[in-house]
Design a protein around this ligand. Structure first.
Ligand code: GLY
Ligand code: MN
Ligand code: MN
Length: 446
């Protein structure tokens, strides 16, 4: 990947600036030589390609020069962790003009205050505090980084496609393995082996559950029973560390019917609407709202609510059954760049986050740009405690039919999620097809 080119584009957006990009340090598990698997800071990886701990890059956008700060492997390192390339080689990989020891960073900065990004991990915060004291992250730098990273180039798309091909294998294995009587945890363990067999890793903790109404249900318990819906939100990384993020929901019996089928149809139609609306210039918050309105329409057709759907949607009625956002940017991180500040990356002065429950959870609301990669993941959920809360608040009396809705609790939740690229005049679902229509899912489970 053209890391130097990316830094040049950053320099065009932020001329005459000094920018400090910090990589991550290794996270100690319980002994200094015993680490959690290393995961690089995504912005540092984007601008350097260096997937190793204890590095920093200082970019002078006036001269266009970058200096890599890092650690030469010493004998202790080599004994415990094996040989590592010398700093010179790593600087060449990153296209840096020069390199210095990480211990020189304080003197290199002496008297100068570089622009910095938010530090998602405590170790980075401590490092910034030691180097610069109480310096706030630069909003200009955050917005410039977001402007670059939010549009994916062809090499990044190839990574995401590889991650999605691995996700296809994962979801095919899940659909083949699900049947009444299976222990949920046993199938999830099998899926872990499938992920390892692809050469990737889980892109985030898998959600594999018969309680799909719990949005991020981590951990697997219980047995699949006929009548249950199984929600599987699972993604795999590419060789270059890019994410995939795919959800399929299926009846444990392998045949859609009854209320589960009705819920599936609502979500399927909502996803189709989102895909049809997508093109450059369309605000993602408007897609979210249209999807929420469409989901209400589905519940109205089932007799669970009724009245003025437009007014109810404006008031946030759909947050009851669709409490999360319709999608988020995806890239090196599954929720790309949210660590830089959701409101700075996903909103601006014109597109402001809603304070209405439901749309308030939309992490990105700005207009789409060609080349953006974003998940499209509507859902519909019967969440007992949330229904009780809405009912007690009384705001939607006369709109929601509380008795009928409460009778549906237990159906669970449906989410359908794909990774989509915004094209010049529309959108395309990335990756190979993964069964999504009811006949496709039923065939894959047969
Ligand atoms: N897998 C988490 C999400 O869909 O956002
Ligand atoms: Mn997602
Ligand atoms: Mn997901």
């Amino acid at each position: 990947m053209d890391h130097r080119g990316r830094r040049s584009r950053l320099a065009q957006l932020l001329p005459d600036s000094l920018v400090l990009l910090l990589g991550h340090t290794a996270t100690v598990r319980d002994h200094p030589a015993d680490h959690h698997p290393f995961r690089q800071d995504a912005t540092f990886l984007y601008f350097t390609g260096l997937d190793e701990p204890d590095a920093a890059l200082l970019v002078d956008t006036a001269s266009g020069e970058s200096t890599l700060f890092g650690v030469e492997p010493d004998l202790e390192d080599i004994v415990w962790h094996g040989p590592r390339p010398p700093l010179a080689e790593r600087a060449a990989t990153a296209g840096a003009d020069s390199y210095r020891s990480a211990s020189d960073l304080p003197s290199a900065l002496a008297g100068r205050t570089p622009l910095t990004l938010p530090a998602p991990r405590p170790s980075q915060r401590d490092q910034l505090q030691d180097l610069l004291g109480d310096v706030a992250p630069s909003h200009d730098l955050i917005r410039a980084v977001a402007q670059l990273r939010e549009v994916k180039d062809e090499e990044e798309i190839a990574e995401i496609d590889q991650a999605l091909e691995r996700a296809r294998r994962l979801h095919a294995a899940a659909m083949a393995a699900i049947s009444p009587g299976c222990e949920v945890a046993a199938v999830a363990r099998h899926l872990g082996e499938v992920v390892a067999g692809t050469g990737g890793e889980w892109a985030y903790p898998v959600i594999f559950t018969t309680h799909g109404e719990v949005l991020h249900q981590f951990g697997q318990t219980g047995r699949m029973e006929a009548g249950d819906l199984l929600l599987h939100d699972g993604g795999v990384t590419s060789d270059g560390g890019y994410a995939s993020d795919v959800t399929r929901t299926m009846p444990v019996t392998g045949t859609f019917d009854g209320r589960a089928e009705a819920l599936y149809d609502i979500v399927f139609d909502a996803q189709a609407l989102a895909l049809a609306m997508m093109r450059p210039g369309v605000a993602w918050r408007d897609v979210h709202h249209a999807v929420g309105r469409k989901i209400l329409e589905g519940f109205a057709d089932l007799g669970l609510c009724g009245g003025d759907l437009d007014a109810a949607a404006e008031d946030g009625a759909y947050g009851l059954v669709f409490p999360h956002g319709v999608g988020h940017l995806l890239g090196i991180e599954v929720h790309d760049m949210e660590g830089l500040g959701e409101d700075l990356v996903g909103y601006d002065a014109e597109f402001v986050r809603s304070d209405v429950f439901g749309p308030s959870n939309l992490r990105f609301g700005k207009p789409l740009r060609e080349g953006m990669v974003i998940t499209v993941e509507p859902g519909a959920y019967l969440i007992g405690p949330l229904i009780e809360r809405f009912r007690a608040d009384g705001d939607f009396d006369g709109f929601w039919d509380w008795e009928r809705l409460e009778d549906w609790v237990g159906v669970g939740g449906v989410r359908i999620e794909d990774v989509v690229r915004v094209t010049v005049d529309g959108a395309e679902v990335l990756g190979p097809p993964i069964p999504r229509t009811k006949p496709e899912v039923e065939e894959a489970m047969a």
